[in-house]
Design a protein around this ligand. Structure first.
Ligand code: AMP
Ligand code: MG
Length: 273
């Protein structure tokens, strides 16, 4: 069975990699080939993440920020549900980034992001993120090319700022194939309980598949850094995606090794009447 290091070797994008999506298969079954094993692993990791989160909160010195990026239907919501379902709701803050409001557009693009960064002791999850500002904004030409081009370095600097101030960053690109997206979009049309998830603009974005692929590739090339590397998760199978991400989150928290603070009193000092 793959351990945390093997998983990382497989999915980490080394800083400076060229065309990191090339040769990566969203259906790659090297990690967690077996569904039952994957699901058991995810359940065990989810419990361990909860226990580690408790220590992180008690320690209150550092935070973990999990960034989930991927095209429509890539499984961002499902990852939140599948990986953090055992966590006490007090310890995890999930922020979804949609189209910016008028107020948000009146500020620089990182304004709303910094405000949502997790405070010490918390795990923050970004469902989409500031990377939309070099993805949808680039592909749909919502800002001039030179403005977008400057953002990669700005993002690297922002992430370095977070990292130097106690925030550990984990960035996952959920990588699905075009065929898998067709099936998932079709499910949203076929199942009345999923109609609410369907947005006709998803089809416009699907038609721009090649442009998005290119924009993701550039994002990975330019924003995988030592302080905040990207990981590309083969995400055509939901259970494999969850198992991989849960495993990396768990190991990252284990490496952070949050500790309960030592009180400056002894339990034996007190008697409860
Ligand atoms: P959903 O994730 O399905 O709720 O959709 C959110 C939508 O908001 C997606 O179509 C994103 O591309 C869009 N979005 C997120 N961030 C931005 C941004 N900074 N500028 C423009 N659109 C964005
Ligand atoms: Mg959408």
């Amino acid at each position: 069975m793959a351990n945390g290091r093997d998983i990382d070797n497989h999915i980490l994008i080394a800083p400076g990699s060229k065309a990191p999506l090339k040769g990566r298969d969203p259906g790659d079954d090297t990690l967690f080939p077996n569904r039952e094993t994957a699901e058991a692993s995810t359940a065990g990791d989810a419990k361990a993440i909860d226990a580690l989160q408790d220590r992180l909160w008690a320690e209150r010195k550092r935070a973990l920020l999990v960034v989930l990026q991927g095209i429509d239907t890539s499984g961002k919501d499902g990852t939140v549900r599948g990986v953090f379902n055992a966590c006490g709701p007090l310890g995890v803050s999930v922020t979804s980034f949609g189209r910016p409001s008028e107020e948000e557009l009146a500020h620089d693009y990182l304004w709303r992001v910094h405000a949502a960064a997790p405070k010490k002791g918390m795990i923050g999850v970004f469902n989409r993120s500031y990377y939309e500002d070099v993805l949808v904004v680039k592909v749909r030409k919502l800002a001039p090319a030179d403005v977008v081009d400057r953002r990669y370095e700005q993002i690297n600097a922002f992430e370095r700022h977070l990292a130097e101030n106690g925030v550990v960053l984990l960035k996952f690109m959920l990588h699905i194939s075009k065929d898998e997206q067709r099936e998932r979009l079709q499910e949203r049309l076929d199942d009345p309980a999923k109609h609410w998830k369907f947005n006709p603009s998803d089809l416009e974005d699907r038609a721009l598949w090649a442009d998005y692929h290119e924009a993701y590739q550039t994002m990975l090339e330019r924003c995988s850094t030592a302080h905040a590397p990207w990981r590309v998760v083969p995400a055509d199978k939901k259970w494999r995606r969850n198992a991989i991400i849960a495993s990396v989150v768990r190991r990252t928290l284990e490496d952070m090794a949050p500790a309960y603070p030592k009180p400056d009193w002894k339990p034996s000092d007190f008697t409860i009447a």
